[in-house]
Ligand binder design. Sequence first.
Ligand code: SAM
Length: 226
Amino acid sequence: MDRKQRILLALEIVLISISGLLLFWLVLLKIIYRLLGRLGVNVPGPSRVSWLVDNPIRRRYTRPVLDRVGIQPGETVLELGPGPGPFTVEAARRVGPTGKLIVVVEDPRMVAEVERRVREAGLPNVETHVASAHDLPVVDESVDRVFLIAVLPEVPHQYGALDELRRVLKPGGLLSITEEFMDPDYAFPFEAVQLVEAVGFTRERYYGNFWMYTLNFGKSEGIAYD
Ligand SMILES: C[S@@+](CC[C@H](N)C(=O)[O-])C[C@H]1O[C@@H](n2cnc3c(N)ncnc32)[C@H](O)[C@@H]1O
């Protein structure tokens, strides 16, 4: 083995070790989140690390993820849990001047950040609310589409929150759930399906893969959770 090959091999070993360590900590973090969840302790993403969800890697898939949500011009769309708003401005552009984007998040600092971005982008079609997923300030059957990106597992009472989403969706409306494995409280696709279908939605489409997926559900007129 010559010198160049030895350097390449050393680099490979270093890279594999770093990736292995990262994966180890990620899996450990997930186990801790799961255990805390079982004990009834919910750990919402603190706003002081909101920059974590707004980074160049995620910015690359803003458009593909919103393509999966399928927003159409003129629609009324609800974004639940936008964080600092990495998807908000693009979603508002997609509903256009005849549509409306309603943003609901329980953290006032996140709402302030979303409002700043929307103002800077000059978009008049965004309505923001500081509110909980369990008590949405939205009229019954008034929304065409709801999307949640890396939010559902953070919500403390998921059945109640999903029931609220079902209430605000128009008949035939669409609920879109996106999850990323990098998120410590990531939900596996089968878990998301079980949860959402139990509340009266029907799975329509699955996009992506284990690492990052989007599941779209239609509002079915079946049973409602109570
Ligand atoms: C991990 S961040 C994801 C932010 C953004 N969707 C993204 O993908 O970049 C989760 C967001 O859900 C919000 N959230 C968590 N539980 C909530 C609840 N019960 N009601 C409203 N918002 C909630 C948090 O405040 C935060 O903005």
